[in-house]
Design a protein. Structure first.
Length: 190
């Protein structure tokens, strides 16, 4: 079974919306506007590209990343890696042709089936709504979180508010950086 890893930039109050400057959110760009950049705090992002063997995205994140990431050196390792997009509305004509193999999955059941295939870790970037659905369905195996020392208030959250049984996590890696950012890596305990 493949490992499904959710990776996120997260404010202390749980917001994941528009960390890189995506339009439409009042605090857009919060990862770099209010926190000093320290390269060591982002080491995990490079490691993710080396360890992942596929990328899983929701429709909104795919449409935001696919016009930009294929040409960015910061994401070069993702270029040829297979991408899976969970969407009920995208068509094959909506997929980009310069970003490796792109496959549309229509349901969380198809994500569960993908996890059962041979291969290495699958990484989920952005995709707040997808992350909430994956977590509620018990499909996420690990969280890679960079928690920023900010309270953003309103905004899309990583975790759902669904009333459900307690989900235990095991902290397997952590570090605090001089700029206040904390790396927290959790395995989901089954």
């Amino acid at each position: 079974m493949r490992t499904l890893i959710s990776t996120a930039f997260l404010s202390l109050d749980g917001v994941v919306e528009a960390p890189g400057g995506e339009p439409g959110y009042r605090n857009s760009g919060w990862t770099f506007k209010h926190t000093e950049f320290l390269p060591e705090a982002f080491e995990i992002k490079g490691r993710e590209q080396k360890e992942a063997t596929a990328v899983l995205l929701g429709r909104v994140s795919y449409q935001a990343f696919s016009p930009v990431w294929p040409d960015m050196e910061d994401f070069a390792d993702y270029r040829e890696m297979p991408k899976y997009v969970v969407s009920s509305t995208l068509t094959e004509d909506d997929l980009v042709s310069n970003w490796g193999e792109n496959t549309i999955l229509r349901s969380l059941d198809e994500v569960a089936a993908l996890k059962e295939t041979e291969g290495g870790p699958i990484i989920v970037h952005g995709s707040a709504a997808l992350n909430r659905g994956l977590a509620d369905a018990g499909l996420i195996d690990r969280y890679h979180l960079l928690v920023f020392p900010l309270l953003l208030g309103a905004g899309k959250r990583l975790f759902s508010t669904t009333d459900k049984d307690t989900q235990k996590l095991k902290l397997v890696e952590h570090e605090a950086y001089a700029n206040g950012v904390q790396k927290q890596v959790f395995d989901v305990v089954r």
